[in-house]
Design a protein around this ligand. Structure first.
Ligand SMILES: Nc1ncnc2c1ncn2[C@@H]1O[C@H](COP(=O)(O)OP(=O)(O)OP(=O)(O)O)[C@@H](O)[C@H]1O
Ligand SMILES: [Mg+2]
Length: 370
């Protein structure tokens, strides 16, 4: 079981000081628009790698008018104290503490993993490849926390290569060096993505037929295709080095790097209809997304390689018909990781009965009801 049994915020978004005492059951946050429900999910998401559920900067999350930075602290499974904060003085760095001692994000990743679904993801199947890449990479990061650092290394090398291309005169020795770094991070990214895609597809296939349609996933990208067919790191590295080198002339003309894992896409087929997810209805897409996240949670819980994930579902319940809602609540109650849900009205969560705890959010505060 992975659950937050206490959550305390200081100067985080609209909360000056808040303490919630919880148990392991799903947490249903309800309250009017602007009450601070999503802010609470965002606070919990700080325990994961990266910038959290809104991809906000550390400073943006500081309460307006606060004297210093913010803190999000929690008790994990009634035993371990974890905390993340933006420290006063504005070093602009996130610091992590576990049981009072300084720790790294990696230490945190060993204790908890987090998945989320937000309304901002609703258009992911219809949007551009970069949206789907980001969506999938978040899932990969939950499975493989080092994916985030590989992505940062890739971004850095990519920016260097693009700067070189923009100058129009590419020094081959320079380019070789940058492209080697790009290919190294790129191969790691591709291997991670391929691994997680296979795990996720297996988890989808193992799910019961029901209210959340299954998806057939594909990775569209040369390096990922090689990883999926079993090529090892070295072979993918070589493939990428070749692709960057042979693409130099074209890339100079374009002023940027036109091939590599930063251009890959996630293909999603809505299995019941056999059509691309982009063609499915709004409700079908939402159900498909929920199915994907549930499968991903299942894959993480089932792998035995780490703690079960917390699942943050922002406004997922409101868009579902009552049958789907009941099905979702049933699955969430049975999960090994605590689920956090938001909705504007408490009645949305009624079918949970006593299987969940309700928290009323309003006026910069939140109260656990039962
Ligand atoms: N840094 C900040 N300091 C103080 N208040 C903030 C800060 N950032 C956001 N807020 C406030 O938080 C509120 C929004 O909170 P949140 O998005 O959590 O609402 P919500 O309950 O999820 O609403 P909805 O139902 O509309 O999604 C707004 O009123 C906003 O002004
Ligand atoms: Mg909200």
């Amino acid at each position: 079981m992975t659950a937050l049994t206490r959550l305390a915020l200081t100067d985080f978004r609209n909360y000056e000081s808040l303490v919630l005492k919880l148990d392991g059951r799903p947490v249903c946050l309800y309250g009017s628009n602007g009450a601070g429900k999503t802010n609470l999910l965002e606070a919990v998401s700080q325990f994961g790698p990266g910038r959290g559920l809104r991809a906000a900067t550390l400073a943006e999350m500081t309460r307006h008018g606060a004297p210093g930075g913010w803190t999000v602290a929690a008790t994990l499974n009634d035993e371990q104290k974890i905390g993340v904060s933006l420290d006063q003085g504005g070093s602009a760095k996130r610091s992590v503490r576990i049981d009072g001692a300084p720790a790294s994000p990696g230490d945190l990743a060993e204790r908890m993993r987090i998945l989320w679904l937000t309304p901002a993801m609703d258009g992911v199947f219809r949007g551009g490849a970069s949206d789907r890449r980001r969506f999938f990479d978040r899932i990969v990061m939950a499975h493989q926390p080092s994916h985030g650092t590989a992505a940062s290394r890739y971004e850095k090398a990519l920016a260097e290569r693009n700067a070189l291309l923009e100058r129009g005169h590419v020094d081959p020795a320079w380019a070789d060096a940058i492209e080697a770094r790009l290919a190294e991070a790129g191969a790691e990214i591709a291997v991670n993505r391929a691994l997680v895609l296979a795990e996720l597809q297996a988890a989808i296939d193992a799910r019961p037929e029901g209210h959340f349609p299954k998806a057939d996933l594909a990775l569209e990208g040369e390096a990922e295709a090689a990883a999926l067919k079993g090529d090892d790191f070295r072979a993918i590295f070589d493939l990428l080095v070749d692709a960057y080198r042979s693409g130099r002339r074209r890339d100079v003309a374009a002023g940027r790097t036109l091939s590599g894992p930063h251009r890959s896409d996630l293909g999603v087929i809505h299995r019941p209809s056999g059509a691309p997810a982009s063609e499915a209805s709004t409700g079908q897409q939402k159900a498909l997304l929920i199915g994907l996240v549930l499968a991903s949670a299942g894959a993480l819980s089932g792998s035995g390689a780490g703690p079960a994930p917390l699942l943050l579902l922002d406004e997922a319940a409101a868009h579902l018909d009552p049958d789907r809602r009941t099905a979702l609540f049933g699955e969430l109650s049975a999960m090994n990781g605590q689920a956090w849900l938001t909705g504007t009205d408490g009645y949305l969560f009624e079918t949970f009965g006593t299987a969940a705890q309700r928290v009323r959010v309003g006026e910069c505060s939140a109260i656990v009801e039962a």
